[in-house]
Design a protein around this ligand. Sequence first.
Ligand SMILES: NC(=O)c1ccc[n+]([C@@H]2O[C@H](COP(=O)([O-])OP(=O)(O)OC[C@H]3O[C@@H](n4cnc5c(N)ncnc54)[C@H](OP(=O)(O)O)[C@@H]3O)[C@@H](O)[C@H]2O)c1
Length: 316
Amino acid sequence: MCLSLRHMERVSGLGVGPLAAGTVGLLILLKVIQRLRHKQSVQDKVVVITGASSGLGKECARVFHAAGARLILCGRDQKRLQEVVEELGNKNSVIQTYTPCTVTFDLSNTSVVSSAAEEILKCHGHVDVLINNAGISYRGNILDTHVSVQRDVMETNYFGPVALTQAILPSMVDRRTGHIVVISSVQGKISIPYRSAYSASKHATQAYFDCLRAEVERLGLQVSVISPGYIRTNLSINAVTGDGSKYGVMDKTTARGSDPVDVARAVLKAVCHKQKDVVLAGLLPTAAIYLRTLWPALYFRLMASRAIKEHRVKEE
Ligand SMILES: NC(=O)c1ccc[n+]([C@@H]2O[C@H](COP(=O)([O-])OP(=O)(O)OC[C@H]3O[C@@H](n4cnc5c(N)ncnc54)[C@H](OP(=O)(O)O)[C@@H]3O)[C@@H](O)[C@H]2O)c1
């Protein structure tokens, strides 16, 4: 090994150190060029982000704003959205950035979604990218969960994004351009115990947007489904329980999750590269997705053991 390194040094006339430094420099340069290209591809584009007041939505707002997108931030709380706008306004940027617009509405109330979509379209006359990010989680045992809670989670995570997408879609079809993104979850691909309402809503989301992708491709539109594993946000704190009350706990899994900045960057990359389906998870959840398809009997056994373990912990 030493001999061959010395031989390389003699042949090239260079030391290994400068060679390694040169390679690292080149990789950094490539990364910078890639970031610049990502930024250019959303520069001046009209990007709608739901759930922009916190967590992943807020980070997406930061990342797309820095890339020069014209943002329309949505949420239920105008004050919190305004705080995000002010925070973004204070950043120095080398590229042209825009002050975001805000539109306030409750996604779980589908009767207000079409008027919210009209308001969104009035901001800049069109939408280039719609990021359906808003969502709510759930923790509970099916036996103790009211059907109304199953329905409420479905309204926010499934019917809300569906209603908003369908309200914006005709204007994208007219312009023969547009990109619809939905933030699903690894739990949209596999189900784990005590997450029924959440997992069901994300499975439905995956199914709907897979259909949409196929139907609108011929019209020049793109659809990306992003399925992250745990992200370090307040999702578990804001989750609802079986009786509809707030869970209010930062789960260890969530606290140890990915940095929302990294996930937001992956969302930008998915838009720039027109990626259709992106799983952002570690080895174990990714393996579990394959296991569910290739060896379901083992997957079911593992989930049943997990349910017993979690039940015991709760009992203690
Ligand atoms: N954190 C994770 O571990 C994780 C993992 C995979 C996928 N995800 C997905 O990532 C997305 C973002 O969640 P997050 O982790 O950033 O959680 P978060 O911090 O709790 O943010 C959720 C956002 O959704 C908005 N929202 C909730 N209910 C709404 C409603 N009825 N109408 C309008 N907006 C509503 C909230 O806005 P207001 O409360 O201000 O209205 C908030 O901005 C969700 O779709 C979630 O399922 C999260």
